[in-house]
Each structure stands twice: as C-alpha cells, then as structure tokens.
Design a protein around this ligand. Structure first.
Ligand code: ADP
Ligand code: ASP
Ligand code: MG
Length: 422
C-alpha cells in the first residue's frame, strides 16, 4: 500500500478551527485515495513552543537542557491528540502517538538532537488496522529514555525522516504559504513561486534563513530520495517540489534571496599570522558549540594581521569572552564585537556559470548605500553581512535586481499519489 506523510506546521494547527480544517483536508484526501495510508506529523499550535520555553526562562536564569526538552515536547503532544480527535469526528479512524511511543531515537544533544533510528512497527500496525496515525513532530527520545527535541522548526525533520523510514510515496509539508518563493513573502511583495527547486539550492536557501523548510529535512529528503512538496494548508493549488537538480530542465540562474537576522562580527586585532593562533581560537569556540563560516583576514603587516569572523548574535557575548581570555596567549592586541548585523544571501546554481552575478550584487547594494561588513561565496551562493537595519532593503533590492519574474513555474501534480520522480 502507498503511504503518504502529511505534515501540518504551527499555523496550520494554530486554532481549533484550523485543526478542524486540517482534519477535513486529510479526510478529503483519504476519500479520493482510499488505497493510500496516511501518516500525519504535526507541530505544536503556533506560539505554543515559544510560550512553553518562556515559562522556563521566566522561572530561572539557569539553563537545564534536559528539562527544557521535557517542557517543549508537550506542545506537540496536545496538538496531535486534538488532531486525532478532529480526524475521528471527520469520519477518519485515527490515533495519536508521541515520538517516544515509536520510538524516534536520537542522540543526547538536547534542544538540537539528531535522529539516529526510527522504529516504524507501531505505525505500520496502526496503519494496517485502518488508522490514520498522527505523530508528534519535533520530539525524540534517547536510548536512555530521555525526551529530546530536534531544534526549532524541527517538525519538518520528523516528517521527512518518518517518510524515509516508512518508504512513503511522498511527504507533503502544509504551511502558511503555497510553496517556496524567490524571497520571504513577508518581506518582498511579489516574489516568484518555484514549481520545482533542487535539493542543493533548497538546502542552501534553508540554511541561510528561508525557514519554510528546516535544512535538515531537505538533507533527509536528498539522502533518502523522499519526494517532498511544500503546500498551503489554507488554499488549494500552487506548491513546490524539492527534486534532484537533473529533474529541472529550465533553471533560473538565481533561485532566491534568503536572510538571517542573527549575525554578529568578532574581530581579533594584530594577531600573529601563523596558523597556530587560529587553531586555538576556533577550537575554543567549537568546544562551546559556537559555529562560524565566514573568516576574513585584513591589514597584514610584519607577520601580523586582523581576523574577523561571524558568530550567531545570541552567542556573541560568550564568544567575545572566550576570545578575550585567549588574547594574552595569542599575543594579540585585543578583540572587539559588532552586533546587530544580518546576513543576506543570493542563491542559485547559475552563480557557478555567470561571472557577473557578484558584480551585480555589489552594484545593487552600493546603489542603496549599504555597507558590506563581510562576504562569503560558494559556487551557488553569495552572502553579505550588513547592518541589520539595512536587511530588508538589501533583500528587496537584490530580489528586484536579480530575480527574473517572467519565469513562471510549470504545471505540477500536487495532492495526488502520483508524484514526480526525485
Ligand atoms: P510552519 O509553522 O508551517 O512550519 P514556518 O513559519 O516555519 O511554518 O515557515 C513558513 C514561513 O517561512 C512563511 O510564512 C514565510 O514567511 C517564511 N519564508 C521565508 N523564506 C521563504 C521562502 N523563500 N519561501 C516561502 N516562505 C518563506
Ligand atoms: N513546535 C516546534 C517549534 O516551534 C517545532 C516546529 O514547529 O517545527 O519550533
Ligand atoms: Mg517550520
């Protein structure tokens, strides 16, 4: 039998009315495709995970990752049980299951746990008995029996991983937009919806801030060849399939602009320009799980240089403290921090082939008088770090200057069990 996984995000189960609407959608699909078995993955009702985490924040200044996960995991338990009841009301036999009842096993990295194994027997048994199974997104459990969560936005990962484990025909992600756009529709007025986007480009867009899909869900879809589609839970039509690159015939050279608001820049001044100090700095930061991926070296003279790198804004004070402690050992002059920055990224496989994209990016930014603080490029991405107050302007000017709006997506089959090959 064909298995279809349908994931409903926070806004799609954000009220009792929306839970009813989601249940009706599943019921309609089921009546059109009586041979398909359906697994639903749901997020917590929108705002609920924030509310739960703020309870803990208001209780104590200390961080207790294990207990935070136990608190946060309750949001999905509620929405999934409600959704199962709404499905029953809509005439669909249903059962809700917490991830730990399967189980979805993860490592012990609380708040950003990685899935290690999924046992699908319980789900298969319930499906075989004619049930639609509603599984909590976002959660997992360690081999030792502790609840974990997969990181914010992690229900997408649960859905795709479950689809892979069940060898599902497809994984449908229902959200509040009808697909993946060339920029966040909240920032750009008329972005272009893509009919298809490649795994590689989607992974880049998602990692660089387009939160419509969690990057690790795209990674799972690519690795396990799960056909993945983004759809609106509020309307019919539209949709974006995430497919392998060679399935896309007509490719726009730039697929989209993404942004993140959480950047800061740390500079270490007059550092000996040998590799030893760099090793010291970056291993100290890695030990504290502080990631970075942009490093610039400037002002080389007499064997000394300044280095700057990006750090997530929320961890930037901690990163500065770590580096300042190393300053005497490094023989550097000092370290400084610039906060309130944003990273704006242009993504597209065409960057590989069109040498003029970088020139166009910098001339568009210069046209608006936007200062660029850091730059990083790959063959499918150009990222710039700019003051946060210029982020929206930068996204719009790059979108208007680089995206070809005449390229409309072709017709694609959505909400059917015959899905395009990936
Ligand atoms: P859910 O709760 O369903 O998981 P999210 O809020 O996580 O939904 O993701 C959907 C949001 O992603 C949209 O409301 C939109 O503002 C945002 N978004 C950012 N970039 C893009 C993009 N390129 N295409 C579509 N949506 C985007
Ligand atoms: N409820 C979780 C969050 O708000 C997971 C998700 O929505 O995907 O991050
Ligand atoms: Mg999400």
């Amino acid at each position: 039998m064909t298995i279809i996984v349908k994931k409903f995000g926070g806004t799609s189960v954000g009220s009792l009315q929306r839970i009813h609407a989601a249940a009706t959608r599943v019921a309609t699909f089921r009546s059109k495709h009586p041979d398909a078995q359906i697994v639903v993955v749901a997020s917590a009702m929108s705002g609920e995970t924030d509310r739960l985490l703020s309870l803990a924040r208001n209780l104590t200044q200390n961080t207790y990752p294990r207990e935070l996960d136990a608190v946060a995991a309750t949001g999905e338990q509620v929405s999934c049980a409600l959704l199962a009841m709404a499905l029953e009301d809509a005439g669909v036999p249903a059962i809700s299951l917490n991830a730990f009842q399967l189980p979805i096993l993860t490592d012990q990295q609380h708040q950003s746990a990685h899935i290690e194994r999924i046992s699908s027997e319980r789900v298969q048994n319930e499906l075989a008995q004619g049930k639609t199974v509603v599984v909590t997104g976002f959660q997992g459990i360690t081999a030792g029996g502790d609840l974990t969560t997969l990181g914010r936005g992690g229900s997408d990962i649960s859905a795709v991983a479950l689809a892979a484990a069940l060898r599902a025909e497809a994984c449908y992600i229902y959200t509040d937009v009808d697909g993946v756009y060339s920029a966040d529709p909240r920032i750009v007025k008329q972005p272009r919806r893509m009919g298809k986007v490649s795994h590689e480009e989607m992974l880049e867009l998602a990692s660089l801030g387009a939160k419509v899909l969690h990057p690790r869900s795209v990674f799972f879809a690519m690795r396990y060849k799960v056909p993945l589609v983004v759809l609106s839970s509020f309307s019919h039509g539209g949709g974006t399939w995430i497919v392998s690159e060679d399935r896309i015939m007509e490719k726009p050279s730039i697929v989209g602009i993404a942004y993140r608001l959480d950047e800061a820049k740390l500079t270490v001044e007059r550092l000996s320009s040998t590799s030893q100090p760099l090793k010291l700095i970056f291993s100290a930061l890695a030990k504290e799980q502080i990631g970075l991926d942009m490093i610039t070296q400037t002002g080389y003279s007499n064997g000394h240089t300044d280095i700057s790198f990006n750090v997530p804004d929320e961890k930037s004070e901690r990163a500065l403290h770590i580096v300042q402690q190393l300053v005497p050992e490094l023989g550097a002059r000092g370290a400084s921090l610039e906060r309130d920055l944003a990273r704006v990224s242009v993504v597209g496989a065409g960057i590989r082939y069109h040498a003029d994209v970088a020139a166009r990016v910098f001339s568009l930014l210069a046209g608006e008088g936007i200062d660029v603080r850091m730059i990083s490029t790959s063959d499918i991405r150009i990222s710039v770090v700019v003051p946060r107050k210029y982020c929206e302007v930068a996204v719009r000017v790059l979108h208007d200057g680089l995206i070809d709006l005449s390229e409309t997506p072709g017709e694609i089959p959505v909400e059917s069990v015959s899905v395009p090959a990936v």
